[in-house]
Design a protein around this ligand. Structure first.
Ligand SMILES: [Zn+2]
Length: 295
């Protein structure tokens, strides 16, 4: 997260939730001390990154407890579900008047592993360097999870009556088996199944100043294509090189897979997405346009 570049937009998601949930259409209020929330967000971001939830093994219970303490401090109803030792989801809710269906702010609290020798700073330090917060998960996706948390705090403290429930959900194990989200769907769906909207990672949006040019909507993601290879070849003693051994054939087969290039085929949503992107590329006025990322 680049604090220098994005300072005015840091709480953008919080403002969006303000607009979409207030019982009366109200602009973000002038008397909100945005600087205080900005500082709080940076501090909490650093602390969240310091919670090591490398997956495997995950240990997302530590993240759930970290978030719970903040929700408790601000009087926001919440619950942790530890579905197996050390693996936990957390859900929190701010009630609206029910005139609209809920919105879910969904994130995952685990991160992929980090090799400290490849980092300029300790990957679990949350250190600020040159205007950036460094940490494994700053982009994927504790940064967004933190914005969801800030949106909850702002709504609770500043928004007044809401037209819909706002549900915060941080799940475990997104990076490996997605057990956390699947467990919630299987065991606790009644807590969120009537929601109208869900905001999560992916589908980047494009803004120009204060106006939103488009909202990216994910319709699919890349999926793994697992291959199981088995080779047979000439048997013999390992001390003797055998050109056509099973292992050599296997290596050659894998090299062919690595070199294989597929022709891209565009389905209908990706065609329409590319068409829209082209329009904005022409007049983007210097603003970077991020396209699809891996999550
Ligand atoms: Zn992610």
């Amino acid at each position: 997260m680049n604090l220098k570049k994005h300072t005015p937009t840091f709480l953008f998601i919080a403002i969006i939730v303000f607009f979409t949930t207030s019982a009366k259409a109200q602009p973000a209020r002038d008397n909100v001390d945005w600087q205080r929330y900005q500082d709080m967000a940076v501090k909490l971001m650093q602390q969240y990154l310091q919670v090591n939830t490398s997956n495997p093994p995950g240990n997302e219970i530590a993240a759930a407890k970290f978030l719970k303490a903040i929700f408790d401090e601000h009087g926001i109803q919440n619950e942790i579900f530890e579905y197996k030792p050390g693996r936990a989801n957390i859900i929190a809710r701010i009630k609206g008047n029910g005139s609209k269906r809920p919105i879910i702010l969904a994130s995952h609290s685990d991160v992929v592993t980090a090799d400290p020798s490849a980092w300029e700073v300790d990957p679990f330090s949350g250190e600020i360097k040159g205007g950036y917060v460094y940490g494994r998960g700053a982009l994927d996706m504790k940064g967004e999870g933190l914005l969801h948390l800030m949106a909850m705090i702002l709504l609770k403290k500043e928004a007044g009556a809401l037209s819909r429930d706002v549900i915060f959900l941080a799940t475990a194990d997104e990076e490996v088996n997605n057990e956390g989200a699947l467990w919630m769907i299987k065991n606790k769906a009644e807590l969120f199944k009537d929601a109208e909207y869900l905001v999560t990672e992916g589908g980047d949006n494009l803004r120009a100043g204060d106006s939103i040019k488009f909202v990216g909507v994910d319709v699919a993601e890349k999926a793994p294509f697992w291959l199981q290879l088995m080779a047979t070849g000439e048997p013999g003693h390992g001390s003797r090189p055998i050109a056509d051994s099973a292992s050599n054939r296997l290596v050659r087969a894998m090299a062919r897979i690595v070199e294989c290039r597929h022709r891209s085929r565009f389905c209908l949503p990706s065609k329409s997405f590319s068409k829209t992107l082209r329009r904005y590329r022409k007049n983007r006025g210097g603003q970077d346009l991020r396209t699809s990322e891996s999550h």
